[in-house]
Ligand binder design. Structure first.
Ligand SMILES: CC(C)(COP(=O)(O)OP(=O)(O)OC[C@H]1O[C@@H](n2cnc3c(N)ncnc32)[C@H](O)[C@@H]1OP(=O)(O)O)[C@@H](O)C(=O)NCCC(=O)NCCS
Length: 136
C-alpha cells in the first residue's frame, strides 16, 4: 500500500472498511499498534497478500512516536505471527531508499535487497523503492 493522508473523515472510514473487507476476504491482515500501558494509538502494521506464497509486510508509526523502537517491535511481532500461521517462500518488504529506519528494520530481520524500482504513491510523489526479501 502507498497511502496518502485523508482529506476528510469519510475517506478514513472507507479505508478502514476496505481493510476489514480485505481481512474477511483472507487477502490482507491490518492490525492497530497500541502503546502497552496507555493503549494510545501508535500506528498500524499489515501483512498483505497472505493468500500467496510471497506476503508483504508494511508498517506506519505516527510521526510523534518515531524513533522509540515501536516500529521494530511491531514488525518483529507481526513476523512472529506470520512464521507461526502462514506458509511462505519469502516476505516482501518494499521501502523508499531514503527511509533509513525502515531499511534497518528489514535488514535486522535478515532481509536482502532483491530489486530497485520507481513508484508514484497516492500523494503523487515519486519514490525510489527497494524491495527487500526476507526468508524464514
Ligand atoms: C519506518 C518506521 C515504521 C520506523 O519506525 P520507528 O518506530 O520510527 O523505528 P524504530 O525506532 O523501531 O527504529 C528502527 C531502526 O532504525 C533506527 N532509526 C530510527 N530512526 C532513525 C533515523 N532517523 N535515522 C537512522 N536510523 C534511525 C533505529 O535506531 C533502529 O535501528 P536499530 O535497531 O539498529 O537500533 C516509521 O518511521 C514510520 O512509520 N515512517 C512512516 C511510514 C513508513 O515509512 N513506513 C514504512 C514503509 S516500508
Amino acid at each position: 500500500m502507498y497511502p496518502k493522508p485523508a482529506d476528510n473523515i469519510s475517506e478514513t472510514e472507507k479505508v478502514i472498511k476496505d481493510m476489514i473487507q480485505q481481512r474477511e476476504n483472507g487477502t490482507d491482515l491490518v492490525l492497530v499498534i497500541l502503546k502497552k500501558d496507555t493503549l494510545e494509538f501508535l500506528g498500524i502494521c499489515e501483512v498483505g497478500a497472505i493468500n500467496t506464497d510471497t506476503p508483504e509486510l508494511g508498517i506506519w508509526i505516527k510521526k510523534s512516536d518515531h524513533g522509540n523502537g515501536f516500529g521494530k517491535e511491531a514488525i518483529y511481532a507481526l513476523k512472529d505471527w506470520v512464521d507461526k500461521n502462514l506458509e511462505y517462500k519469502y516476505l516482501s518488504y518494499p521501502v523508499d531508499k531514503r527511509n533509513l529506519p525502515s531499511r534497518k528494520i528489514a535488514e535486522s530481520l535478515g532481509g536482502r535487497v532483491f530489486r530497485e524500482f520507481q513508484k508514484i504513491n497516492m500523494s503523487q510523489n515519486l519514490l525510489d523503492e527497494l524491495e527487500f526479501r526476507i526468508y524464514k
